[in-house]
Design a binder for this molecule. Structure first.
Ligand code: PLP
Length: 367
């Protein structure tokens, strides 16, 4: 079956004798011993989380998935499952929350090298005898840099290191890292999976139920950073429409990117769907669509960029991404003083409003 069909029919565990069409929310924290589903206690398992995990694993073409209370908890679970003393190769523009997890929480536990993942020679020379994990995020945040997942996978295999891909920006609608050679896929379900800016969540999907995955499952159950049944229910419901939302986001992002490209007040546009984007060819070879995030620099400095943001009516000045409503923010302001992001760069999460309205608003704000 195709993605759209699976998204609607998988992850719907109906046991009620009244045969509801939609799986109910099971809020009970505990379950009678000896029940048919083998459900014990909600931190270890519950019917709504089982449904969500089944749905995400099917859509990402994996053997199993584990849901977490946030994307950061999901990523951190991978670092927790690694043997202490492991070396990690990670992107120099890694999502800052997970960069912080590695450098703050795992300081003195793991070693990490941050490299430009779009430069294969740099990745190769960063690998050490104790490299156990290679982390990629593509397209990346906020410059939409593209990493060649197949090429990095070959390097990881040669080193017997695990390859994890943060697939939050692409979603399984446009990119299946497992089919491209990744061992584990990570998601912040807070973004496109949730899609309505009202749920915090994360997930990991594994290619194989191997020994490392067992450790991840132990971290999930024992560490306990798990989502509540209501959040699992909301996520399952949102994922039913993921394919259609992503098609809309990508179509609107392309229209906005082309509009910005031709605007005299715009300096540079970053969108992997544009032929001028340095990662366009690789993106076209591993993605079936280019996603809904567009970054651009305005001619001028930080205050010029902030002026544009303040004049917008339809694009809320807020962090995060992946919701139906358009958001914009000056990333350097959020990333802090040691950011490498250009000060005049604005990142847009292009929403599902009509593009006529979005372009009209952007045009008046650019002035
Ligand atoms: C938001 C995000 C995360 C972290 O997810 P949270 O749900 O905020 O914890 C990780 N990676 C990427 C690419 C993200 O956008």
């Amino acid at each position: 079956m195709k993605f759209e069909t699976l998204a609607i029919h998988k992850g719907n565990l109906i046991t009620d004798k009244n045969k509801p069409v939609v799986q109910p929310i099971t809020l009970s924290t505990t379950f009678e011993h000896g029940n048919e589903g083998g459900v014990l206690y909600t931190r270890a398992n519950n019917p709504n989380r089982m449904a969500l995990e089944e749905l995400i694993s099917v859509l990402e073409k994996g053997e199993d998935a584990a849901a977490f209370s946030s994307g950061n908890a999901a990523g951190t679970a991978v670092f927790q499952a690694l043997e202490p003393g492991s070396h990690i190769v990670a992107p120099d523009d890694m999502y800052h929350g997970l960069h912080n997890s590695m450098t703050i929480l795992f300081k003195g536990i793991h070693e990490v090298s941050f490299v430009d993942m779009s430069d294969l020679e740099k990745v190769k020379s960063a690998i050490r005898p104790n490299t156990r994990l290679i982390w990629v995020e593509t397209p990346s945040n906020p410059l939409l840099k593209v990493t060649d997942i197949r090429a990095i996978s070959a390097l990881a295999k040669a080193q017997q290191a695990i390859l994890v891909c943060d697939n939050t920006f692409a979603t399984p609608v446009f990119q299946n890292p497992i089919l491209l050679g990744a061992d584990i896929v990570m998601h912040s379900s807070t973004k496109y999976f949730g899609g309505h800016s009202d749920i915090l969540g994360g997930a990991l999907v594994t290619k194989k139920r191997d020994a490392f995955w067992e450790k991840v499952r132990t971290v999930q159950k024992v560490g306990g950073a798990v989502p509540a049944p209501l959040d699992c229910y909301l996520l399952t419901r949102s994922i039913r429409t993921l394919a259609y939302r992503m098609k809309g986001h990508a179509e609107h992002a392309m229209i906005l990117a082309e509009f910005l490209l031709s605007h005299p007040r715009v300096e540079r546009v970053y969108y992997p769907g544009l032929k001028s984007h340095p990662g366009h060819q690789i993106a076209a070879g591993q993605m079936s669509g280019f996603g809904g995030i567009v970054s651009f620099t305005v001619k001028g400095d930080a205050s010029t960029a902030e002026k544009v943001v303040s004049k917008l009516h339809l694009f809320a000045n807020a962090t995060s991404l992946g919701g139906v409503e358009s958001l914009i923010e000056r990333r350097a302001a959020v990333e802090g003083p040691d950011t490498k992001t250009p000060q005049n760069l604005l990142r847009v999460s292009v929403g599902l409003e009509h593009t006529d309205d979005l372009l009209k608003d952007m045009n008046q704000a650019l002035g």
